[in-house]
Ligand binder design. Structure first.
Ligand code: PGA
Length: 261
């Protein structure tokens, strides 16, 4: 079980630079009193907003992430963003393999693996997102899919790099306006599959990897999810994009998280 509560949001292709700045300022003010020894709070805005975003975040109170990254440092990769460019801006987290990258832009596990290795090599925290589609769930192969995404995605990641890895379990059928949130029992079952696969790969060190649930997390289900043993955090889309609502969720789940420890 992770020692801190991990809560973050990816703003996807929403929020302009100005909107991101306002959101971060508000979120920073709203959460200023929450001790960061027990909370890792992160925001992953659009690329264009990163630099200004970095400027308004106070210290490490909110970690800044990028939604994607090229696996090469530089070269003929039109339209891609290099790890060196992200480092220059002060990004700490790189999100890799979000469902929309996999299913809208056709990224596969081998690509995610290259990105994970590059992110770790450059000192970033790699947030690897995994999750089965509705069809894979229907076929009864969700566990196999998760194990495959983990084993390929983390291939070559040595145990010493594990403290800089986070896993987000986001069932594809649960994400977005047309998604249905997973029940906490289902989410816990899949988080247990993920934890067991990590144990198979890394033994006892697997316990330190934060496992975040994502997919239609909202004010009504956040607490019951965090109460589960293997759910160390939440990765939230729509419900987090209003700073006050995001803060309300954080304040709701903190006591439930403390209860677990
Ligand atoms: P959602 O998005 O909370 O809006 O379903 C989750 C995600 O895509 O990370």
């Amino acid at each position: 079980m992770a020692e801190k509560l991990y809560i973050g949001t990816n703003t996807k292709m929403y929020k302009t630079i100005a909107e991101t700045v306002r959101f971060l300022e508000k979120l920073g003010q709203n959460t200023a009193d929450i001790p960061r020894q027990e909370l890792v709070l992160f925001v992953i805005p659009s690329f264009t907003a990163l630099e200004r975003a970095k400027g308004v975040i106070k210290g490490e109170s909110i970690l800044l992430g990028a939604q994607n990254m090229c696996w090469e440092d530089q070269g003929q990769f039109t339209g891609e963003v290099s790890p060196l460019m992200l480092k220059e801006v002060g990004v700490q987290i790189v999100e890799i393999g979000h469902s929309e990258r996999r299913h809208v832009f056709g990224e596969d596990d081998e690509t995610e693996n290259k990105k994970v290795l590059t992110a770790l090599r450059h000192g970033f925290t790699a947030l690897l997102c995994i999750g089965e589609t509705a069809q894979q769930k229907e076929y009864g192969i969700a566990d196999e899919v998760l194990r495959t995404q983990l084993k390929i995605g983390l291939h070559g990641v040595t145990e010493n790099l594990l403290p800089r890895c986070m896993i987000a379990y986001e069932p594809v059928w649960a994400i977005g306006a047309s998604g249905t949130p997973a029940s906490r029992e289902y989410a816990e079952e899949k988080h247990t599959v993920i934890r067991d696969t990590l144990k198979e790969l890394y033994g006892g060190a697997a316990a330190m990897v934060p496992l975040l649930y994502g997919g239609s997390v909202n004010n009504a289900n956040a607490v019951e999810l965090i109460e589960m043993n293997n759910i160390d955090g939440l990765f939230i889309g729509r419900s987090a994009w209003d700073a006050d609502n995001f803060t309300a969720i954080i304040r709701d789940v903190l006591p439930a998280f403390r209860q677990k420890h």
